[in-house]
Every structure is written in C-alpha cells, then in structure tokens.
Design a protein around this ligand. Structure first.
Ligand code: SF4
Length: 685
C-alpha cells in the first residue's frame, strides 16, 4: 500500500477531505481525512464509494476530430482556427464557453481570462447557473457582494437551524451528520420547510409541508412577526437600509398562501423569533424558482433585521451543489461577474483586471446566461461553442431543444473524460480531459474553504487537464499570458489578482497566500487574515456603496397557474447515492442498490385518479419531452406535485431523462431556471 494522498471529494459542495491510498494494483483505498475541517474524517456513501468509480475503462484517451483520433496539435489548432475565424466573421459575441462547477479553480481562471480578457466577450457561463445563481444575486442585492456570511460550525453552534428547500440529508450528507451530532449534544431545534417530506425530516423537530413556491410568503410573515413582536435588533438596524419598504411589501403576504396550519405557523414563528442563535440553510428548493432571488432576499431580510448574521451560531447559509460552484463564483465563471468578486459593469474594476492581465480588450457588458446562451446557439448568434466538463444535452432545461441547438451549431468542441456522453457525441472536436485523481488544483466549498485536489494516479492515454487545453488554444489564437508551467503558477497569478481586487474593496482577497507552498497547501478559509473568526457582517460593515446591508422589498408570488386542469406540477431533484448524470456514481454497484431506476413519486390520490398502480409504469409528458418512469406511490409528496429524480439520461423516453421536460423559465434577476416546477401530464404507460 502506498502512502495516502490528501485530496477533496469531487461531488457536493460540502467539500470533504479524502485520503486516497493507491494499492499499487490499480485499486484504491478511500477514507475520510480526519484533519480536514469540513468533514473531520466523515464521508457519505458517495464519497466512501469513490474507489469503486475510478478506472480507465471506456475513457476518452485521445483527441478526436469528427470521430477520428488525431494528434493534440491538430485538435487544438482546429479549435483556435475556428474560434479566430468566427470572431473575425461575426464578432466576439459569436463564440462562447459553457463550463462546470466540476472544474477546478485553476481551469475556471484560465477559461474566464481567455473569454473576458482576450476574446473580449463575457459569453462564458457555467452549469452552476442551474444551482445557485439566485443565491449569488440575492447576496449581491443585500450585501453588495456574493459573500456567504457564515461557517459550517454555525450549524453546530445554533439553537435553531432552519432547512428551507434543502434535503440536506441526501444532498449534503456530511453537513447533515454534523448537524445531527450537534442536536444530540446540545438539543438544537431543527425545522424543515419543504413541500415534500424528505429524509431530512427524520431528524427534525418540525416539518412545515409548505405550499410549493410559498417560501417568500413565509419569510415575509416572519419579518412582520419580528417587527410586531418587537424582536428587531435596534443596535444592528443602523447598519441596514430598506426596513420600512421591506416591511410594507411583506405585509401583503398572507398566512393562507403558505398552506400551513395556524399551529405549525405559530410554532415556526415562535422558534425563529424566540432564539438568538438561528441559522437558515437554503438550497435548490429556494434557488431553482422563477422568483428565486426574491426568496433568497426574503430570508436575508429576516437575518438583517435581527442582526442574526456574522456572529457564532447565526446567519443565512446558502449551501452549494457542486464541489467548486463557490470557486467558480470567486474566479468570475458566471457571465455577469468579473474575477475575484469584482464587478463586470464597473469601469474601474474592468480597467484594473485588464491592466493586470495585460489583455488587449475586455468584455464590458454581461454575457449570456445559460438558458439564453443555448438560445443564442439555436438562433445562430453563437456559432462556435466549447463545452467543458458538463453534459448540457441532458442536464439543461429543455434538454432536447438544447441538444438540437448544439447539433446544429457550426462548430462545437467538448472536453470530457468520456467519449460517449450525449453532448460529446455532438462534438466536432473532442478533447480527452483528466479526471478526479489525475488532476491537480483547488476547489472552494460552501463555507469558503479552499482545498487542494491532488493527483494520485496517472492520466490514461493522452488525457490532459482542462487548464492546459484552454491555455494551448489561447496561445494558438495569438494571446500572451497563458504560458504557465502548471496549476501552481495559475494559482499564484490568481492570488496576486485577488490582492488587486482587495485594494478595490472586494471581499475576495486571498493575497495572504502569496508565496505559500502550493504542494503542501492545507485547507484554508478566506478571508485569509481575519479578526472576525472568518465570518462576515457581524460588525455591520457590508460591501455596498454606503457600507450598509440592504433589505429588499419582496412582493412574494406563487408559481403561475397551470395551463390545464389535468396538469400536475413536477418537482425534480437529487437522490442520495447518485451524482449528476451518473457518469461516475453509476459505476458503483452498491450505489445503484439504493434507487436503481428512474421513478415517479406521486401522491396516492393522484395515482388513483390517473389509474396508476404502485410499481407500474407512468408516461410523463409535456410539449417539451416525454419520460417513462416507475410509479412510487407516496404520501411524502403533496397531491398535484409529484417528484422525479434528475440523474437518468439516454436518448429514449424509457431512459427517464427528466430535464427534457423542464421548461427554460428563469428568475428574471439571476437567470436561474425554475427546475422544480414543470407542468406535465401523466398517464399509465
Ligand atoms: Fe463528498 Fe459531499 Fe459526501 Fe462529503 S458529503 S463525501 S463532499 S458527496
């Protein structure tokens, strides 16, 4: 057995430390890293099974052009030539990158630098748009920056933890284990707000089966209750603006809209307002909505008005889905952000970054967000597209439409580890990427902790890291400043840029890491040097122009009415043992034992009305697509609101590919799609 390598789990945003010990025969022993602050040795079932999901069988091992294996030079030259020619013919807005929260920060940095600083367009967006863009937008409206105020340990220090729109037990299992351990030790009250009774409810003191989409109404009612019961923090309020306007808007919300019993509502209000240490954790149930940003701000309003922010055991807490969604946000991987939390629409910020990069041009307006980006591919405003580490032909809302758009695009390059994903099959140029365990870099978890992912096995064939692919194409396009020798150089450049950002007032300043030993780097949470214990805003200093936190008036609204009486509103989400489109977790037999096929969780009254027996097949369809799913009758879902997991893929309806049915309806502020609300018809199959 070789010495264990310290690395980070490639799945969810908890960002657990992993010890990987190669056995010298191609196998691997995986265990939790007891010295990593995020998990302290724990792993969930997905992390524990990592050793069963690595291997080179079926991997893409050489570049391909139109299906034929070619030398790297030819493939890279073709991407550079096609991008250069497209820009010459149609301008910089005619090309785009679509990237992923699975990328390492160094990959993200290079992609962002190439697109915004050298091509001069902000048409780079990420699949993280689908998971947490509403949190980013809500943070920026309230705090003036995309800052997560608190830490994981706040869930352990709180007296009340509210989990809203979050199935933490399945989607962030180790963080949930930490919360349950704290509850056992000190009696933390746990409240789950979710239309569905999920596994997370099992450890909760109170489950509020709220009407789907009514979260902003509930937090508006809470704000009114806090004001009426004289529970606002008069010492903190001078640090906050907008209370009167937020309250005025909140008073339009009614208890009826929440669908909750008066008793449940009373208990919630009493628990939240009656305890000083309250953390409100939220996730996709809040973000994936056509009013997701308003929902986020309704939550933030309550914490701002009571000063329950930035102090131990308090705060709103957005937990991210992917391992490096946070790193992508920090590095500017979203179409509407610059690097290091700088503002793309601020000329001083643009000039500072352009000067630092010594770049010939700089994007000066936000680029297209994910849904709009693929619409632009569809109508040929975008004619050259490079997709890295994600499978939008399956995972985007309106997936069939997206797949058709990619198939018709003039030029598509795809970087992936597999040759046969639904998106890879549509590529003109297919580049073999390195996988977890083969690549080096950093990721940031949901509590702002930067950790190393380390290589511990050789890459198969000619697979190369994404940063290298991007840098090679940039150089072939004639751009200077892309000649790093490894990820350590990219990280050093990023650290230096963060110092420039810090001087401009950005919260993201990790310049204290300059000169540190990248190879031996320990997990480190930013801000790097701090007197606040690593929390933000407890001192009342925000990143807005006047330094005060902003309460936002939220006119809460429910999802729009369904178009037909016979329709149902389909909710989608993750299951415990699978990750994204199962390209990795699908390889582990034990992970398939939990829930082994696509299913439709439907209330017995709906099943009876529709003639669906338990374990029979249902056809779920709308004008966008069709899926055949196994029926699972359950009172955990509400009548009219069935649930289906998002993981299964494939070309046929029987494969259970559910994102084909999700409409491209987005939150107007964040551009995040409403993936939990697809109008569908269901009948026996
Ligand atoms: Fe990996 Fe998340 Fe599980 Fe931790 S909780 S082991 S990061 S999937």
């Amino acid at each position: 057995m070789n010495a264990a390598i310290r690395t980070t789990c490639p799945y969810c945003g908890v960002g657990c430390g992993v010890l990987a010990a190669p056995d010298g025969q191609g196998g691997m022993t995986i265990s939790g890293d007891a010295d990593h602050p995020a998990n302290r040795g724990r792993l969930c079932v997905k992390g524990a099974a990592l050793g069963e999901t690595i291997g080179t069988k079926g991997r893409l091992t050489a570049p391909r052009v139109n299906g034929d294996e070619v030398a790297w030079d030819k493939a890279l030259e073709m991407i550079a030539t096609r991008f250069t020619q497209t820009i010459a013919d149609h301008g910089p807005e005619s090309v785009a990158l679509y990237v992923s929260g699975q990328l390492l920060t160094e990959d993200y940095y290079v992609a962002n630098k190439l697109m915004k600083g050298f091509i001069g367009s902000a048409n780079i967006d990420t699949n993280s748009r689908l998971c947490m863009a509403s949190s980013v937008a809500g943070h920026r409206r309230a705090f003036g920056s995309d800052t997560v105020p608190g830490l994981y340990e706040d869930l352990e220090l709180a007296d009340v933890v509210v989990l809203v729109g979050s199935n933490l037990a399945w989607c962030h299992p180790v963080l949930h284990q930490r919360l349950l351990a704290a509850k056992a030790a000190r009696g933390t009250k746990i409240i789950v707000i979710d239309p569905r009774r999920t596994a997370t409810c099992e450890g909760a003191d109170l489950h509020l089966a709220i009407a789907p989409g009514a979260d902003a109404h509930l937090f508006n009612l809470l704000l009114c209750h806090l004001a009426d019961e004289d529970r606002l923090d008069q010492d903190f309020l001078p640090h906050v603006t907008g209370l009167a306007e937020a309250l005025q808007a909140a008073r339009q919300s009614t208890a009826d809209s929440t669908g909750l019993s008066p008793d449940d509502l009373r208990r919630f209000l009493a628990l939240w307002s009656g305890h000083e240490r309250v953390v409100t954790v939220y996730s996709q149930g809040i973000n994936q909505s056509d009013s997701g940003t308003d929902k986020v701000n309704a939550i933030l309003n309550c914490h701002l008005a009571t000063g329950r922010i930035g102090r131990p055991g308090t705060g709103p807490f957005s937990v991210t889905g992917q391992p490096n969604a946070m790193g992508g946000r920090e590095v500017g991987g979203l179409a509407n952000m610059l690097a290091c939390h700088l503002d793309l629409e601020n000329p001083d910020h643009r000039t500072a970054v352009q000067t630092f990069w010594r770049s010939p041009r700089m994007a000066d307006k936000p680029g297209l967000k994910a849904i709009d980006l693929f619409r632009a591919v569809e109508d040929r405003r975008i004619r050259a597209l490079w997709i890295l580490h994600t499978n939008p032909a399956v995972s985007m809302p309106e997936a069939d439409r997206v797949a058709r758009a990619i198939a018709a695009c003039d030029f598509v390059a795809v970087s992936d580890i597999w040759p046969d994903t639904d998106t890879a099959r549509l590529a003109h140029v297919l580049l073999p990427a390195t996988a977890w365990g083969e690549k080096d870099g950093t990721v940031t978890n949901s509590e702002r902790m930067i950790s190393r992912q380390r290589a511990f096995m050789p890459a198969p064939g000619q697979a190369r890291p994404d940063w290298w692919q991007l840098a090679q194409v940039a150089q072939r396009m004639g751009f200077a400043g892309f000649d790093w020798s490894g990820p350590q150089d990219i990280f050093a450049e990023y650290v230096a840029l963060s110092g420039v950002a810090g001087a401009l007032g950005s919260d993201f300043d990790i310049s204290g890491l300059a000169g540190s030993d990248y190879g031996a780097m320990e997990p480190v949470r930013w801000p790097v040097a701090t007197k606040s214990g690593g929390r933000f805003f407890g001192d009342g200093a925000f990143h807005t122009p006047d330094g005060r936190g902003r309460m936002v008036p939220v006119a809460a609204r429910l999802p729009s009415a369904l178009g037909a009486e016979t329709s149902l509103r389909l909710n989608t989400g993750r299951i415990r043992d699978q990750w994204h489109t199962m390209t990795r977790t699908g390889m582990a037999a034990r992970l398939m034992q939990h829930l082994g096929e696509p299913y439709l969780e439907i209330h017995p009254s709906d099943a009876l009305r529709l003639g669906l027996g338990d374990a029979t097949l249902a056809e779920v369809f709308n004008p966008l697509g069709r899926a055949i799913l196994r029926v699972l009758k359950s009172e955990a879902v509400q009548p009219g609101h069935p649930f289906a997991p998002m993981h299964w893929t494939g070309q046929t309806a029987s494969s259970g590919r559910i994102d084909a049915l999700v409409p491209g309806l987005c939150d107007p502020v964040s551009g995040q799609p409403a993936s939990k609300s697809a109008e569908v018809t269901i009948r026996p199959y």
